[in-house]
Design a protein around this ligand. Sequence first.
Ligand SMILES: [Zn+2]
Ligand SMILES: [Zn+2]
Length: 467
Amino acid sequence: MSELQIYNTMTRRKEKFQPLSPGKVGIYVCGVTVYDDVHLGHARSAIAFDVIVRYLRYKGFEVNHVTNFTDVDDKIIERAKELGVEPLQLSRMYIEKFFEDMDCLRVKRATAYPKASETIPEIISMVQKLIDKGYAYVVDGDVYFDITKAKDYGKLSGQSLDQMLAGARVEVDDKKRHPADFALWKAAKPGEISWPSPWGPGRPGWHIECSAMCLKYLGPSLDIHGGGSELVFPHHENEIQQSEAANGVQFVRYWMHNGLLMVNEEKMSKSLRNFFRVRDVCRDYDPSVIRFFLLNTHYRQPLNYDIDALNEAKRSLERLQNTYRELIEYRNRATGSEDAKALCEKAIAEFEQSMDNDFNTRDALATMFNLAREANRLISERRLSKLGAENIISTMERFDSIFDILTVSMKPQNELLPKVIDLVLQVRESARKRKDFETADAIRKGLEDLGIEIQDSADGPKWKIKR
Ligand SMILES: [Zn+2]
Ligand SMILES: [Zn+2]
């Protein structure tokens, strides 16, 4: 097996991947703020890191994958007030919906899903440490990180503080000594959700939550920290400052960022109102299609979402899925002598080379499609043996242990379909019994127009969907 290279945002180049402890990987991926349904932009990040973690496991690493829920935050408090519920009640509801959506998209569960509201003691102790070490100051129950104490601020994004401030929206707050200082702890407004702290009742700032969870679940140094590229500044820059100031060691060895999902050249986001909810898209498209569409672009590239591209992905993927079904059916009537061993070995080597090249799923998928094309050729020339079919099937399944796109999920409406057809056929049978052939024929004709073929046999009518 070739060696894995990962593009590190920090060094801006691909590096050989060497985890801190051989054979083990600790990876933290910034999760979602749970105040609404997840959209396809979230799905892109979740599926990208799902595939990254699956491939690390494929390579034999023992992976500890942590991803958080921000369940206390301004937006959650605001939305909960609108709906007249408690903030944690609202976030609990959206966490449940998040898991439904991720299950639909076949995203494997992380090892742990810490919540900000359940990490308060660790957050408070990290904030206290930053105050004690002189990196943070208290004003009226708020605690701020003092940016003038920061070392190499901007080392991840490669920008100076002035450049970054010019390009970002910075909260105006006259309590701060410097406009780029950021809140570690926010004093509670009257009636707002809060926890007791040495600085009075309040709640954590956003950045400190990830630093505290990283330390709690993965220790002071992580192998990989990931998230969407929009998080590089300020979120990840701030995490680096907090963690390295508090713990005194390098925070992250490899920073990985997925590219944005765009709609008409703009980032898909809640605030731009150009988003597509995962649950809506899942109603119209099989999850295998959504996964394939998202994985057919390298994870670092921006990707434009539109219906035409999704339909195009659907058509391509159906060819692959048909070949897979065809192989399963073919192996029992195989007559050829080709065992396809060399073909499969070559495909596996290519696949691993692509995935080792900073998880190049686009190239790895091309290898999977080429293998399917070869399989089709061998089948149509009647050259493939039973063993050959089995070799190709298991190679495709091996690739699919990473992509999870070969099989179609049975949707509830599809489960209902056979029952409805059986019912219609019963009606047709009773029409025939009372010699109402006009009705019986009309039913047959109607079903056939829908692509459902009926064959009358000794033990009643049989039907199948024509392809
Ligand atoms: Zn983070
Ligand atoms: Zn984070």
